[in-house]
Structure formats: structure tokens, C-alpha cells
Design a binder for this molecule. Sequence first.
Ligand SMILES: Cc1cc2nc3c(=O)[nH]c(=O)nc-3n(C[C@H](O)[C@H](O)[C@H](O)COP(=O)(O)OP(=O)(O)OC[C@H]3O[C@@H](n4cnc5c(N)ncnc54)[C@H](O)[C@@H]3O)c2cc1C
Length: 524
Amino acid sequence: MDTDVLVVGAGPTGLMLANQLGRRGVRTLIIDRHAGPSVQTRALGVQARTLEIYSKLGIVQRALELGKRASGANIWSLGRRAARIPLGAIGLDISPYPFLLILGQDDNERLLGEALRAQGTAVSWNTELVGLAQEPDHVRAALKQPDGALREITAAWVAGCDGAHSAVRDLSGIAFQGAPYEHVFFVADTQATGTMVPDELNVYLWREGFHLFFPMRGTDHWRIVGIVPPELRGQKDLSFDDVVPSVRAEAGSGLSFQKCTWFSTYRIHHRRAERFRDRRCFLLGDAAHIHSPVGAQGMNTGLQDAYNLAWKLALVVTGRAGAALLDCYEDERIPVATRLLSTTDRAFSLVVSDNWLAGLFRTRILVKIAAFAMGFDRVQKLAFRTISQTGIHYRGSPLSKTLPGVPDAAPRAGDRFPWLRLKFQPDGPVEDLFAKLDDTRFNLVVFGQPVPSGGVPGLGELLRIHAVPGDSANDRELARARIPRPSFYLLRPDGHVGLAGTHLEIGEVVLYLTGRLHLDMKPA
Ligand SMILES: Cc1cc2nc3c(=O)[nH]c(=O)nc-3n(C[C@H](O)[C@H](O)[C@H](O)COP(=O)(O)OP(=O)(O)OC[C@H]3O[C@@H](n4cnc5c(N)ncnc54)[C@H](O)[C@@H]3O)c2cc1C
């Protein structure tokens, strides 16, 4: 076999997958048909959940240094600031990264590429997947080499991270269901001054659309995303100067542009692959789902597809789990993509509808509802959890098992385990639980009861146990997260709860690992 996993595409999704597989000892070959990394910014918003994953990969500090933290979003309508969503404060107890990081896709790809090189893996550029044939225990892949010659390689598994026009998807005969939106988007990198609140997201709503102003690195540097006004639709060779009057009309006549360094227009589709897997081939990122950029979710969702698949694939490739574990990649990620498509569709229709009544609703009523709702702590937290992707859960997954006795309000199997600051020794310091979790292994977090001395037989190095002693500071933290005592949570490597229960019985844990995860429990 030439490689364990052939990763097709070195965009953000493919780079994340190759990194996560490499960290878990899996041999990968990552190819891309382009000559080198993309230099276009494209996606801009890095969500809190992605930053949590970046921290495990060792690139979060660099990302934070390079990016700009947007601590709030301002909604403007009819020339007035109608509402402000305070992103920073809302998420303080939810994530170590309670903000939206504005960091271009090119920078994200550069950091992910550097991390991959540090593991000793280089992307094979100018190499295109042109053919696939599935055999019972491997895949034969035809690659067009930089010199144009074809070479056939064999891989145990293939990951299609090859974007919206995915060859893996087409060669696997998987339909990409959906349609294009009728609107044309524009994107412009500008230097501008105006009413925009510095260092925050500014959303200008108008009767026929919206303009988003993202703060970028540097002085007065703004990325503007909007839809092309109806009167300009169909016009060829559109330039930034053509859209300036409509931007000024809504963002105020005081808006002044010093320069525009990049302008592009693009059509957006909303589509989802009918399946995310065909036997030994998987689809991730834009190859599996595309939707409107409203909400800055696209790139982040692809990165998390990769984080979800990597640990499962690594356990199977290294012979620790049966291949049945891979079935739940689709079980878990298709519902996330379906929900995302429907929410971004709804949000998109609301902000771009040409309908006069919708325009009135958007500029007069929607902003008032937003301002009113954001006055409530619960609504703010729900908004943060949804946008930051920290609220994504797999409660309906076959891998999620909550034992009787766990209160309804407590974290349940499938949830991303909450971020806690705890004392792990009665006289020790308060520590960040996320920093202690090892995401290349399972983590068993045990509250208010002794930990069995032998650990979990047969799991060996695949498990880390974290015992949390009784302590008043710990009790306050557990009460905040509604975690009962006693309780235990077996976390999957990706930080989601696999098994949740009250009294720890090792037999239950073993049953879960062998029955649901198809793990081969080697004798200690
Ligand atoms: C103009 C623009 C603006 C955007 N703005 C936003 C935004 O603001 N927020 C947001 O979240 N998202 C945005 N997006 C979407 C975002 O860019 C994508 O969600 C993201 O790039 C998906 O990453 P990916 O790795 O899955 O796919 P891609 O980035 O498309 O990477 C796929 C890679 O696969 C390679 N490839 C394709 N076919 C083959 C083959 N046969 N063999 C080998 N390699 C192959 C390609 O060369 C490419 O490098 C925007 C997209 C565009 C075009």
C-alpha cells in the first residue's frame, strides 16, 4: 500500500485532516492540483471552536497574533446603529476564545501548512486526482503528476477535501443536491474611513440587501462583502467603483475609500452531498456542503469535519478499532451540514430578499427584534454557542450514550464537554481543563468519587484519567456547568462526550468502548 490515507486537496480542510492524522501516527499523502498555497483571503472568520482545535495543534498563539479579535457586531439600518451584539462578554464562560477571530483563509492555510511541515509532511502540489477504483481492501487512485504523466497509487482510504467541484465526489457518483442562489456577491479589500465601529463587525442592512464590514489587520483596513445591487446584475466586468454608490448610500456619505486592493464577484450555491461516504472514500468540507457565507461558518465547518473524521480513521488504520466506527462520520456530520444549510438559507433569504415587504421588515423590524432579544443573557449565550460552533452536539449519534441518573440539565453524551477551570489537586492551582485534555487519546473525567487504580484494562496509553477532587472552587464551577457529583464523563478525542454517567463502573466503560466504538481492547 502506498499510503494509509490519500488526502485530496490542500485547502483548509485537507491540511487540517493531514495534520490530525499525522499527529496520530497515520501515513498520509496530501495532493493538490494547484501549484502552491492559495493567496486569496476568501473566508475570514475563525470561530471559537476552531481556535480550541488550533490550540491542540499548537498554532493558536500564532493565529491570535496574526488575526484581529472582533469583540462585537454592530447592526446598522437607515443610517443609524440599531443594535450591538457583544461577542466578547457573552462567551467568557463558554470558551477560552470568546470572540470571532478575523484571520484570512490564506493565513489559516499557511499556519496549518507550517504545522504539517513540522511533522515532516509536505503537500504534493501540481498533482491532480483523475481516477478512482475501489477494491475491497484498498483504493486505486490515478494521479496526474506535475510533468503531466499519470501514476497509479494505492491507498487504504481516500479523503475528498477537494472543494465544491470535488473529483472524489464525482468519481464516486455522489449527487451534490441543491441550487445556486440568484444573487451575485462581491468582495472587496479596502482602506476606508466612515461610521464603522473600529475592530468590530459592522453590518449595514438596506431594503435590497446588506453590506458586511470586517475589520482587517492594519489601519483602516476593511473587507467588504455585499450583494451586487439589482441594477448592476448582469453587467460584465464589474469593478469596485460600480458598487461604491450603493455602499455609500447605506453606510453613509461620510464613507471614504482610500484604496481597494482586491475586488471579486462570485455566485454562491447551497448544496449538500447526498452521502459523505462511498465505502473507502469520504467527503469533507466544501466537497460535502456549500452555502452562503452569512455567519462565517463554511471554512470552520470543513475544519471540524476533518477533526471529527481524523480520530476515527486513525483508530481504524492503526488497528485499534473496527471499520464500523467510520459509519458514524456521516451519522454525525450530515445533520450538522443539513442544519447549517437550513439556517444559513433562512438568514440569507432574510437579508437579501428583493421583496419590498422583506426589505421593510429587515430595516425596520428585524433590527428592533435583534436589539430587544440581545438584551437577554440567555439569547446572547445561545447566539454565541450557535455562531462559535461550540454548541454543535452529536446527541443523536450511535456513539453517544447517557446512562440513567444523569440530570437532564447536565452535559449529555454527544455534547462538546464544557470548558472548566478546576483544581486537580486539593492544594493545587486552578487549571484549564481543555489544556489538560489530550486530544490524541480518550479522556475520562471523574467527579466526586475515587478513580479505579487499574484504569480501564486493555485501553492502556489510549486513555488519560483526570480525577477532580471535592473543593469549594470546583463545586462552584461544577454548579455553573450543572455537572452532578458524583459523575463521570468519557470524552472522545475530539472533546465530545461519548459516555456520561453518575457512578463509575469500569464494566460500563468497557461495554461502551467495545460495543459502540468497536474498539479492540488488547489485554494490558
Ligand atoms: C470569494 C469567496 C469568499 C468566501 N468567503 C467566505 C467567508 O467569508 N466565510 C466562510 O466561512 N467561507 C467563505 N468562503 C468559502 C470558503 O472559502 C470555503 O468554505 C473553504 O475554502 C472550504 O475549504 P476546503 O478545504 O473544503 O475547500 P477548498 O478551499 O476549495 O480547497 C480544495 C482544494 O482541493 C484542490 N483540488 C480540487 N480538485 C482536486 C483534484 N482533483 N486533485 C487534487 N486537488 C484538487 C483545490 O486546488 C483546492 O486547493 C468563500 C469562498 C469564496 C470563493
